[in-house]
Design a protein around this ligand. Structure first.
Ligand code: GLA
Length: 389
């Protein structure tokens, strides 16, 4: 299983800041990546999701600097994994296509709201794998929101940090994602799953004691974005058609499966809508099971996967193989693809000792079958974003 020699932490990001900027940071914050236990492609359809934070985090150290640039405040950004220092104006910033857009998109509105005009220096260190569908961008945005707010003397509630992060991702970086990732990174708690209603941003927690094996199929990310946007359009169209019959329908997820069946939607909209409607109900069943002290059943986990595979059509043979093979291994309760799909990660749920055994078996067989080298991480439900002391 992949495990770096020295994982980053508050100390390493502080040291990076001092090394590159020649002084100590004012504030250090961190935020985790996430996986979704169940409730896929429901967030942008007004439905419900059930993510946990993973044990991998992004650390951001931040410090103020007197704005010495005549054009106004400037952001400087360094990262342990990039050699180039990024710079961006903080008044009327423009998207650059570079990794520090995530920082600029968060920092600029916070600075504007504060009425101050200092420049900001930021250092980033992270062990959240990028491009694997584990929300490395949300972790970066949320940690930045907490760190920058701290520097500006503002105490930010975690759900406000999530909202600022989500606005940066959708409005500035320009990725049309739902609210799940930023809320999960900000709000999750150790040993609990976050039950989030995406239309109202209301949330509650449910105990989650299982371990997870996160299995990254090593299928490139580029496949995912275009299909994701296509699905969003299909869902909007399905909702439009359903509203012709039920005008008061608030969202696609609010439609009952029976309504979807009765509406006679054309293919593939019928499958998309049925998935969203049923998946939201699966989330509720999963939460009820967790609250009753139980576990999320194989039926729910694999049911979600099969629905994503056949109705939402966002799986791939590699992901299907991982799910099918994993559930034959001892101590594995269930498995499903997680995140957007079309590659990325599957989760295998069960008890930790069993997953430690299952991991190498799955990795070995996957590699010889698909000629791809997967990455695997074991995780439990971990703490969300925080300011570091
Ligand atoms: C991606 C998006 C999330 C969500 C999932 C699918 O991870 O970033 O907002 O839509 O896909 O559930």
């Amino acid at each position: 299983m992949t495990s770096p020699a020295a994982p980053p932490d508050a100390r390493s990001v502080r040291a990076l800041f001092i090394d590159r900027f020649g002084r100590s940071p004012d504030v250090v914050a961190s935020a985790p990546g996430r996986v979704n236990l169940i409730g896929e492609h429901t967030d942008y359809n007004g439905g419900e999701v059930l993510p946990i934070a993973i044990s991998r985090r992004t650390w951001v150290a931040a410090g103020r600097r007197v704005a010495d640039d005549p054009t106004g405040p400037v952001l400087r950004a360094v990262s342990a994994s990039h050699s180039v220092m990024g710079t961006a104006p903080l008044s009327a910033p423009k998207r650059s296509g570079e990794w520090w857009d995530y920082l600029t998109g968060v920092a600029a509105p916070l600075l504007e709201a504060s009425g101050r005009s200092e420049s900001l220096d930021l250092a980033v260190d992270s062990d959240v794998p990028a491009g694997a569908g584990l929300s490395s961008s949300a972790a970066l945005e949320v940690a930045t929101a907490l760190a920058v707010a701290g520097v500006l003397g503002r105490r930010l509630e975690l759900d406000d940090a999530a909202m600022i992060a989500w606005r940066a991702e959708t409005g500035f970086v320009g990725v049309g994602c739902g609210i799940m990732d930023q809320f999960a990174s900000a709000l999750c708690r150790a040993d609990e799953a976050l039950h989030l209603e995406c239309d109202t941003a209301r949330y509650e927690f449910a105990p989650f004691a299982d371990a997870l094996l996160i299995f990254d199929t090593a299928i490139p990310r580029s496949l995912r974005t275009s299909h994701y946007n296509e699905r969003r359009v299909e869902c909007e169209e399905a909702l439009r058609l359903l509203r012709q019959r039920w005008p008061s329908l608030t969202s696609l997820a609010a439609a009952e499966p029976e309504q979807v069946l009765e509406a006679g939607l054309p293919s593939p909209l019928r499958g998309r809508a049925l998935h969203v409607s049923r998946e939201t109900r699966r989330v509720r069943d999963a939460v009820a099971a967790l609250r009753a002290g139980g576990r999320i059943s194989r039926e729910l986990l694999v049911g979600s996967h099969e629905s994503l595979r056949h109705l939402y059509e966002c799986s791939r043979p590699e992901l299907d193989w991982v799910v099918e093979r994993a559930i034959t291994l001892p101590g594995v309760r269930g498995a499903r693809l997680t995140g957007a799909g079309w590659g990325g990660c599957a989760i295998v749920v069960g008890d930790e000792a069993a997953l430690r055994e299952a991991g190498p078996v799955l990795a070995r067989e996957y590699e010889s079958r698909f000629a791809l080298v997967p990455r695997l991480w074991l995780s439990t439900a971990s703490p969300g974003a925080r300011l570091e002391p």
